[in-house]
Design a protein around this ligand. Structure first.
Ligand code: PMP
Length: 405
């Protein structure tokens, strides 16, 4: 069954607006996705009918809010095939999820320990480990990628040894679109007894993520890149790892017993969720997950593949355009450079024509330095984009090239 893109688009109110008097062509989905009416309705409904703080239990509204909040956890747990609902920890997004792990690991690391990341990391999955290593005296090792943007898995494997405490890599690179063989990389790291964190910020919105199948210890993602609200995210972690994980945020909700001098921590998931959570956000994220799950995953992936294939085909035929990131396995993202034109100028001209893309370093400065470029322009696709919109992108790019090259 193929995806009915027009019917999908009709569920996203923002997609029918105009920008600069032109129909919006939204191709910045790797930065954040748009929200379907089902998500907007769920958030509105929560605030309209159920709003109260959770886990306080003194009145009916609080009970209802708690039930909706915890049901959201169940929905997300099912979505990623978590073994146990308590393995789903709410965070503000991928960045916070990675920090939760890194701040905890920072308390466990010592000199001689090693953390392995890749050259294609988003700053969230690089700076965080870099700083955890700095404060603990551990060593950060960076696995190289080929010029195509594909990870050099042999070089990655060669970095692993018995000192490797944690390995972190992206499911999909936000800057290059590279789809990493996460199961294979996890198995390699596990042979040395290392913990494995997958940065799923760009991997989660394409369907089919099964954390048990991957075999990792942590999987981090943001709600806003999955048709859900900003300020939401999830750290999934194995219960036996999370139950003793050093806490980094302390306060209400996460404690068991408190005296003036000391405190003990509660059980999962609460021990890692200090303070009032983003309740309406969790409800909105669950609505997004349920909305997305109702789609046919094969159709979703086939459509996204067709969008990227059309973009690549048109780029190959475009004199003066170079794709940055040509790994054989890619998803959702096409970064590129128009010869002699700064990416920011490309972005400006496209915006004038209603086409929204990202330009800049893609939160991956070391990667841009490696490729010796100031940044890229990046078109990123989602399920509601049509093949016609890819054509609009390219006619806008031809215009930019004519005007600026
Ligand atoms: N990792 C990757 C691969 C990303 O693309 C992003 C978002 N651009 C992040 C981490 C950080 O996500 P957030 O800003 O939602 O915390």
């Amino acid at each position: 069954m193929s995806l009915d893109v027009q019917a999908l688009r009709a569920q996203f109110p923002i997609l029918s607006r105009k920008v600069n008097d032109k129909p919006l062509v939204y191709l910045d989905n790797a930065a954040t996705t748009q929200k379907p009416q089902a998500v907007l309705d769920a958030i509105m409904d929560f605030y309209t009918t159920t709003n109260a703080n959770v886990h306080r239990g003194a009145h009916a509204l609080s009970d209802e809010a708690t039930r909706r909040f915890e049901k959201a956890r169940d929905d997300v747990a099912a979505f990623i095939n978590a073994n146990d609902r308590k393995e789903v920890i709410w965070t503000a997004g991928t960045t916070e999820a990675i920090n939760l792990v890194a701040k905890g690991l920072g308390q466990l690391l010592k000199a001689g320990d090693e953390v392995v990341v890749t050259e294609m990391e988003h700053h969230a999955n690089l700076v965080t480990w870099q700083q955890a290593c700095k404060v603990s005296g551990a060593t950060l090792k960076v696995a190289p990628i080929f010029d195509s943007g594909e990870l050099d898995t042999d070089a990655f494997t060669a970095l692993l040894n018995t000192n490797t405490r944690l390995v972190a890599f992206p499911h999909v690179s936000n800057a290059l679109g590279t789809l990493n063989p996460v199961k294979l990389l996890t198995a390699k790291a596990k042979k040395h007894g290392a913990l494995v964190l997958v940065d799923g910020a760009q991997g989660i919105a394409h369907g089919g993520v099964d954390v048990q199948d991957i075999g990792c210890d942590f999987y981090a993602f943001s709600g806003h890149k999955l048709f859900g609200p900003t300020g939401t995210g999830v750290l999934w972690g194995r219960a036996n790892v999370l139950q003793d994980w050093p806490v980094w945020l302390t306060g209400g909700e996460m404690i068991a017993d408190v005296t003036y001098q000391d405190a003990t921590w509660g059980e999962l998931p609460n021990r890692l969720e200090a303070g009032t959570p983003n309740i309406a956000g969790a409800v909105g994220l669950a609505a997004a997950v349920n909305w997305f799950s109702a789609l046919d995953t094969h159709a979703v992936q086939a459509h996204e593949k067709a969008l990227l294939a059309s973009a690549h085909e048109q780029a190959d035929a475009f004199d003066g355009m170079r794709i940055v990131g040509t790994a054989p396995a890619k998803m959702g993202v096409m970064s590129f450079i128009l010869d002699g034109i700064h990416p920011a100028d490309v972005g400006y001209i496209l915006d004038q024509q209603g086409v929204a893309i990202r330009t800049g370093d893609n939160c991956a400065q070391p990667l841009m330095k490696k490729f010796n470029i100031p940044g890229t322009a990046r078109a990123s696709f989602s399920i509601y984009n049509s093949l016609d919109e890819v054509d609009v992108l390219f006619s806008a790019l031809r215009k930019a090239h004519m005007m600026l090259a």
